[in-house]
Design a protein around this ligand. Structure first.
Ligand code: MF3
Ligand code: CO
Ligand code: CO
Length: 274
């Protein structure tokens, strides 16, 4: 059985398996955290170029968060020691920033989560490095469409499975693989909370969506087959068949008549080219 809970501020830090229904203070907090997250990705668009290392991008992200009075939610999270995830080419998610330089032709996802005044803004976009082949650009474009088609399903009365069904149908119509091992999630004062938002599902199944729910939608779409494996560092997830993978993520809140995207780019840098 699915349980929902209207949360007051002091209750919303507990991971008790219920789906939290937030009020106006929650929306105000998420709006600020989400805006900062989007501004960081906006600023990264000018930094991502051939020759830059993902470590340098990580430092930039950390400093921009600290300057804004936020902390990187990923820093120290379950032993992760960086301020963002940088997932290049066949890396699906949770790539660890390091000394490797980006090179022309790479596609890279950068995923940031500032924790600002107690609220998490979790968002990621793809970036194109130099000249990227058409096949890769098409994957990035369709993955963005998958995110937005998923978001279009969100309104009170719809079911959680409607999101995954719409994403899966769109991705598979292009013969792409939808990653099953990782999913979107509830969030708010917690980084990862109920429910699990899967990106492949059957329409009409799963919990009913209700106003006040906060969640991420973050489809990972592979140019080849869907299966993923984890590298020995315990974090980096890669496609088993070494095919390219793309991802976009927004944090959203369900309103009376649809949803609010907390992490929308204030400068229109929704997808590349930026
Ligand atoms: N931001 C990721 C998400 O979308 C989580 C990253 S956790 C980390 O849920 F530890 F890998 F950074
Ligand atoms: Co997320
Ligand atoms: Co994220």
């Amino acid at each position: 059985m699915v349980e929902y809970q209207h949360v007051t501020d002091d209750m919303s830090v507990y991971r008790d398996g219920t789906i939290k229904l937030h009020g106006p203070e929650g929306f105000a907090g998420m709006r600020k955290a989400g805006r900062l997250a989007a501004e960081i990705l906006d600023a990264l668009a000018d930094k991502v170029e051939p020759g830059v290392t993902t470590e340098e991008l990580d430092t930039f992200v950390r400093e921009m968060m600290l300057d804004a009075g936020a902390v990187p939610a990923t820093l120290g999270y379950r032993g992760f020691t960086h301020s963002c995830c940088t997932s290049i080419n066949h890396v699906v998610c949770h790539g660890i920033p390091g000394p490797k330089k980006l090179k022309s032709g790479d596609i890279v996802n950068i995923d940031v989560t500032p924790l600002l005044d107690g609220w998490h803004g979790d968002t990621s976009r793809m970036f194109l490095v130099g000249d990227v082949p058409l096949k890769a650009r098409k994957l990035v474009e369709v993955t963005y469409e998958c995110l937005m088609i998923g978001i279009q399903q969100v309104r009170p009365g719809a079911r959680l499975g409607d999101i995954g069904a719409a994403i899966q149908a769109h991705a598979e119509s292009h013969r792409y693989g939808v990653v099953r091992e990782f999913c979107g999630h509830g969030l708010g004062r917690l980084f990862h909370d109920a429910p699990e938002v899967v990106h492949a599902a059957r329409a009409g199944t799963g919990p009913e969506l209700k106003a006040g729910m906060f969640m991420t939608i973050e489809p990972m779409i592979n140019l080849g087959r869907a299966p993923v494996k984890l590298l020995n560092d315990g974090w980096t997830a890669v496609t088993r068949d070494k095919s390219l993978s793309a991802q976009f993520e927004h944090s959203i809140g369900i309103t009376e008549d649809g949803c609010e995207i907390f992490t929308e780019s204030p400068t229109g840098r929704h997808k590349p080219p930026y």
